[in-house]
Design a protein around this ligand. Sequence first.
Ligand SMILES: NC(=O)c1ccc[n+]([C@@H]2O[C@H](COP(=O)([O-])OP(=O)(O)OC[C@H]3O[C@@H](n4cnc5c(N)ncnc54)[C@H](O)[C@@H]3O)[C@@H](O)[C@H]2O)c1
Length: 430
Amino acid sequence: MKIGLVGVGKFSDDFIRLFNLHPDVEEVVLADLDENRVKRSMEKHGIKRGFASYEEMLDNAPELDSIAIFTQRHLHGPMIIEALKRGKHVYSAVPIGCTMDEIKDIVELVNKTRLIYMMGETCYYYPCAIYCREQYKKGAFGEFVYGESQYYHDICEMYDDFARSGGEHWQRVAGIPPMFYPTHSIAMTFSAIDQHALKVSCMGLRDDHSDNIYGEDKNDWQNPFSNETAIFRMSGGGVVRINEFRRVGINKPSSYITCFYGDKGAYECSVTKHTFQRGVASGERPYIEDVGGLINTIEYNEDLKNGTIDMTHDPISVKYIEGFAAIQDRERLPKTMRNTPKFSHYNSHPFLVDDFVRAVTSGKLPPNNAWDAARYMIPGLIAHESALKGGELLDIPDLGGAPEDWERITYEHKDNYEDMSKYYEVECMH
Ligand SMILES: NC(=O)c1ccc[n+]([C@@H]2O[C@H](COP(=O)([O-])OP(=O)(O)OC[C@H]3O[C@@H](n4cnc5c(N)ncnc54)[C@H](O)[C@@H]3O)[C@@H](O)[C@H]2O)c1
């Protein structure tokens, strides 16, 4: 396949490299409004063609069969729609779109054309999400009753992210409602139980900070909230609590599942402590198991074993979040991508690229396809509406699941975790 990547900012660099490394990708071309960013990246990655805008790339490179969108978060929807209308498969960074209309149009277009759309949800591939998804499927938790997940990213750490391409009025975009970027936290829990949200009640924290980002007259969404907390009623009857915080004194982890409870078993996490508990109703003798060997990065676990991590006062090194964890099946990746150096976001980037390329080359549905992405995004849009109405309980429109007759990408899941890594060691506290 030949792919045109638009938005050569900070985040896309890993992806340009990975698309280039993938054996099924013949050519990668770039486009950005900033000429220097295109030039630098072409030199760094040995790319032959670059364009001065998205529009110019679409008009002048008709042979591209796929487009990857890495522009600022609020710009994705219309760009995805334009590419689909021109017959291209589309990958976009999160989110899929920021309005109901955009999302509906994308789902309709994908349904009609059977082109691939995949949202690049990094957290779907996070070790804690894989763990809960696989264990839930195996029945270890029983029926889902309650879960909590969150994405915490203090706005002070993102000033530069918004200012980089946002011009002198960057604050007007930085103040986007937190629940308009909900897919990290939502995807982790919703994908694990394979259910969608029916209803929501959400509360917002009004923010009067002197950085002038949040407030009715201060941003393009008239958004007064830096933090939003939503409670969702799920289609299976359980409840999920989602936090999207942009003003909070926590640094790492940033996207994680705090707890995931079924009626027979439970997962809980505190920083790097991950435990599974077998409950009384399981019929087995209840126990607690430390599953950090599977979920923390391999390098972190090694350092923990060597005694080089001091949990009494730790500077939160990148080892917490960069690199593969034992539960991630590295062997399913093409050989060229298996031993790539560490990427941030728990090395989710190679999995994202490989799933999109597999979907395009096989015609099969990827995870985080248009229907999944809609079910991870629309609940956030409605949650924000609820927060503006003081927490009123609102119904969540559902665009349905992906068509049954569209075959999905599948992998052979390894059942025996002990085979997955020599680093897997369980501390059992029976
Ligand atoms: N974990 C994650 O999933 C994760 C992490 C970081 C960023 N992101 C997402 O990745 C995206 C990019 O983030 P970033 O930090 O790299 O942003 P950035 O501001 O560094 O880069 C965006 C680039 O898009 C370009 N652009 C905008 N409109 C264009 C157009 N019409 N034609 C050509 N170029 C155009 C800008 O010039 C800029 O260089 C965002 O949507 C962000 O939300 C996701």
